[in-house]
Design a protein around this ligand. Structure first.
Ligand code: PGA
Ligand code: ZN
Length: 416
């Protein structure tokens, strides 16, 4: 990191709309010398209980309570006066100040969305003023050598991202290719063959879910996994060799009265672990995300053991990118991979701490988008700059997803 001071000259904000047409916040940051940059923040629908708080207006007469005018006003009336004219020696110094100004552990005072917008706009403006790429700036924060992640691409959706026609939230395809360019080409083949297969099977074009995944009326989760394997084969690829799968079970969202209500069955924690072990034995999965309820701490170590040698046990709602929860999970060997979403924690530096803790424990890291995204592409720079093992962006349709894939292509080509 440069030791020189970076002085913020001006901060402003705008309420914009995300890929679900819901409001979110975009921050504009101008540094001394006139360099200016902006960044916008995403928003989840299938959220974990321990996520930092996203500030919404709550006015039912405007965007059904989802407006972000209070977040804009916090940025312009509270953060701007406090930060304009101030100089920071690093991203950590700015993020620390943001945390201080908010003063709560869950960012419920000013809003995690407000803080993250400033944190990222400052990062981008600083990278510009230092004439380095955003991914180089990110990589310096963490002190790692950049590396391209493997893609995990949403093929089929259920749960809260679709009409809950099947319990599990996402089945993703994971290409095993040399480059992002080749990965996307094979993903396209599989996506098209899956869409054709759905037309044959259900007699109509499948509707798409929040992240662009196909969302037909599958009968159960096994059928979704089977159909993903068939689509890979029909595309002329070998499941388990040229293309793997991943699943986001998002099981907290179908956990009712201590039971997992999976596809019409009512399963105990033990039975759920058994089921997930069967899936991992039968299908070429690289990871199972949120296989258990986010507060079922006592079962997670057993799940991790049951999946050992089969696939990664990945925590999203379970960890919420929260350093405290990650420390606890490391201590109890509760999982072995972190799904990293910056807006779950609220600032870039806290996300870096989460990543550092996961790496120290020997875990894999998946940098992830949210189901409500904007056309901003900082996520691609983050995944590359932080040398994530995987990136999870959604499907290969919808421009808010393509912005990230296209940025990865651009980064890749700059290293040719
Ligand atoms: P979300 O879903 O962005 O709606 O929380 C993504 C995920 O669960 O991974
Ligand atoms: Zn998830």
């Amino acid at each position: 990191m440069a030791t020189e001071l970076t002085r913020i000259e001006k901060l402003s904000a705008l309420e914009i709309l995300d890929s679900r047409g819901r409001p979110t916040i975009k921050c504009f940051c101008t540094l001394e010398g006139g360099i200016s940059a902006s960044a916008s923040v995403p928003s989840g629908a299938s959220t974990g209980g321990s996520e930092a708080m996203e500030l919404r207006d709550g006015n039912p007469n405007r965007f059904r309570g989802l407006g972000c005018l209070n977040a804009v006003s916090n940025l312009q009336q509270v953060l701007a006066p406090a930060l304009e004219g101030e100089s920071f020696s690093s991203q950590a110094a700015l993020d620390h100040r943001l945390q201080e100004l908010d003063g709560t552990s869950d960012k419920s005072n000013l809003g995690a969305n407000t803080l993250l917008a400033v944190s990222l706009a400052f990062a981008r403006a600083t990278a510009c003023s230092r004439k380095i790429s955003l991914h180089q700036y990110f990589s310096e924060i963490l002190g790692v050598k950049p590396r391209m992640p493997r893609l995990t691409v949403n093929l089929f959706s259920g749960g809260k991202h679709a009409g809950e026609q099947v319990s599990i939230q996402d089945v993703l395809i994971v290409p095993n290719a040399e480059s992002i360019k080749d990965s996307l080409a094979s993903v396209y083949e599989v996506y098209q063959s899956a869409a054709d297969g759905m037309l044959e099977r259900f007699g109509m074009r499948a509707l798409t879910a929040d992240e662009g995944g196909l969302a037909p009326s599958f009968e159960n989760s096994i059928q979704v996994l089977e159909e993903a394997c068939s689509a890979i084969e029909r595309a002329g690829l070998k499941p388990g060799q040229e293309m793997h799968l991943a699943v986001d079970v998002a099981s907290s969202h179908f956990y009712k009265e201590s039971k997992y209500e999976l596809d019409g069955e009512s399963l105990t924690g033990q039975e759920m672990i058994q089921t997930l072990n069967e899936w991992a034995s039968r299908f070429p999965l690289v990871s199972i995300e949120d296989g258990l309820h986010e507060e079922a701490w006592e079962f997670w170590p057993e799940l991790t053991q049951a999946l050992d040698n089969l696939c990664l046990t990945l925590g999203d709602d379970f960890l919420c990118t929260n350093p405290g929860r990650i420390r606890r999970a490391v201590k109890s060997s509760a999982c072995n991979a972190l799904l990293l979403k910056l807006n779950q924690v609220g600032t870039l530096s806290e996300g870096a701490e989460a990543c550092r803790l996961a790496r120290e424990a020997g875990w894999k890291v998946v940098v992830s988008a949210r189901s409500g995204e904007t056309e901003d592409d900082w996520l691609a720079d983050l995944a590359f700059g932080w040398a994530a093992d995987y990136i999870k962006v959604g499907s290969i349709t919808q421009s808010e997803r393509l912005a990230k894939y296209n940025r990865l292509l651009e980064i890749e080509s700059s290293y040719d």
